[in-house]
Ligand binder design. Structure first.
Ligand SMILES: NC(=O)c1ccc[n+]([C@@H]2O[C@H](COP(=O)([O-])OP(=O)(O)OC[C@H]3O[C@@H](n4cnc5c(N)ncnc54)[C@H](O)[C@@H]3O)[C@@H](O)[C@H]2O)c1
Length: 454
């Protein structure tokens, strides 16, 4: 079993803003109206900071604002605002998102202005605030591990977006940091908190399709981005490109490299396999009851890659096959519908796709579960589930180990597709037996000074 006692030695959390934050708290209305803000005493309220305020913050911010016992006190993004970007409503940035939070609280309190939520350019300044209990990590994937480890070290609980990691080895470091520092961690795979998904997983677990033979996991196709001869562009005003790159390799700036589109470049993400695949394959893992393990073999099935010279370099069409130790075959591929999966067994099949459940025979999907059958843990709101866990100090519905296993499955699929061949995987030792080439792809070097150390 490989042992990875990781401790981040990334640039130290800076303390200089603690005083600034304390003064801001005194001046801000956040101390005053705790009872007005949902009737929760300050001791009962969770102060939350956002690390990353781009596309997905459109979902995450309102979801957290809606919780009466949460107070969003900090919004951090290396992007000041979306001004100048092609689709500003899409890419947001720290100032517009912070304004949204303050406007929400002003309305809730019935006051003209509210400024208890502060904007930050550097996430270390949020981690340095003693009054921040938890962080929402909504940055590109190449930041998830470093931010998680540093947040755990700073004593924060963590809601981290899927895909949990950029590499398999980062998952070990995140698990280690979360457990060593006694933090609560929720992976942002919110379909675990959807009733229809839970029901599909329960039906599969209780044998309604008979013995599962094959699972097909759906993902979308991916774009190729700017073509050969694309030119680097000047960095937009108010955008700290160096801090956006962080641990990723030095690279010339292009708008299509960063906001939202980073997911199609391997330096920052894994394409649709780790994007939508982190959801679809997470449902597979839950339905098969394999949250603490994974397939034992992965094989490329003819994935298609962007032509030479394009900025994007993740699979345009995903197609890999994996095999679990019990013989169940998993096919993950570009498909229409492009999200969800089909569980095929000896007695029929059951499909979940974009919230729609279908089956053969049709009656299968309406099958009623008896009280003595296996029932999965219930969460109907992923954010509520996280905040409840922060309070109870119990694990939420998708703790760090589970997120790690799902993301590992996605990464191994990518590795097999990149190598264009079969890759062995030992889920017990979390290594690629007798395959040093694949093994070497379980981690990546970080650009200095960023690092996760052992
Ligand atoms: N759960 C879901 O259904 C879901 C949906 C969409 C995205 N996501 C995930 O959310 C994450 C963000 O995706 P997105 O679509 O919002 O991308 P995005 O590019 O629109 O937003 C990411 C934001 O993070 C900021 N950022 C980058 N480095 C930073 C740093 N060092 N400090 C602070 N901010 C930094 C960027 O400037 C950007 O505004 C990804 O991991 C993605 O997979 C999850």
């Amino acid at each position: 079993m490989r042992v990875r006692n990781s401790r981040t030695a990334a640039p130290a959390v800076r303390r200089r803003t603690v005083l600034k934050a304390a003064l801001a708290a005194v001046a801000s209305p956040s101390l005053v109206p705790s009872l007005v803000l949902g009737g929760h005493a300050p001791s009962n309220r969770i102060n939350v900071g956002f690390l990353g305020a781009g596309n997905q913050s459109r979902v995450e911010l309102p979801s957290m604002l809606r919780l009466d016992d949460v107070q969003v006190v900090a919004i951090c993004d290396v992007n000041k605002g979306s001004y100048g970007y092609a689709r500003p409503e899409h890419f947001l940035g720290r100032d517009p998102v912070c304004e949204q939070a303050n406007a929400f609280y002003a309305k809730k309190l019935g006051v003209g202005t509210y400024n208890g939520c502060a904007a930050y350019a550097d996430f270390r300044d949020v981690l340095a605030r003693n009054d921040v209990d938890a962080v929402m990590i909504v940055t590109p994937d190449h930041w998830h591990a470093i931010m998680t480890v540093m947040a755990a070290e700073a004593g924060k609980d963590i809601y981290c977006q899927k895909p949990m990691t950029l590499t398999v080895d980062e998952g070990h470091a995140m698990i280690d940091a979360v457990r060593r520092h006694g933090r609560v961690f929720q992976t942002g795979s919110q379909y675990r908190s959807h009733a229809a998904v839970r029901r599909v997983c329960e039906l599969v677990r209780n044998g309604r399709v008979g013995q599962v033979r094959r699972v097909v996991s759906f993902v979308p196709g991916a774009p190729v981005g700017p073509g050969p001869g694309w030119e680097p562009a000047p960095v937009h005003d108010g955008f700290d490109y160096d801090l956006w790159l962080g641990p990723a390799p030095e690279a010339p700036y292009h708008e299509d490299r960063c906001l939202y589109r980073f997911r199609f470049i391997l330096d920052y993400s894994g394409g649709q396999v780790t994007n939508t695949g982190a959801h679809s394959n997470d449902i597979v893992q839950w339905a098969l009851g394999t949250d603490d393990t994974g397939p034992v073999e992965f094989e490329d099935q003819g994935a298609v890659w962007p032509p030479e010279g394009h900025l994007f370099n993740t699979a345009v069409r995903t197609h890999f096959r994996a095999r679990y130790a019990n013989g169940i075959e998993l096919i993950c591929k570009t498909h229409d519908p492009s999200f969800g999966g089909r569980f095929e067994g000896t007695e029929g099949w059951l499909q979940y796709a974009w919230r729609e459940v279908t089956s053969e025979p049709e009656s299968l999907k309406d099958s009623v579960l008896g009280p003595d059958e296996l029932h999965l843990p219930v969460s109907d709101n992923h954010y509520r589930n996280f905040v409840d866990a922060v309070k109870s100090r119990e694990d939420p519905i998708e703790p760090v180990e589970v997120g790690h296993r799902t993301t590992t499955l996605c990464h191994l699929g990518n590795i097999a597709m990149l190598l264009g061949r079969k890759v062995p995987w030992d889920p017990a030792t979390q290594s690629c037996p007798n395959d040093p080439e694949a093994e070497s792809m379980l981690q990546r070097p970080y650009r200095a000074p960023w690092r996760l150390t052992g």
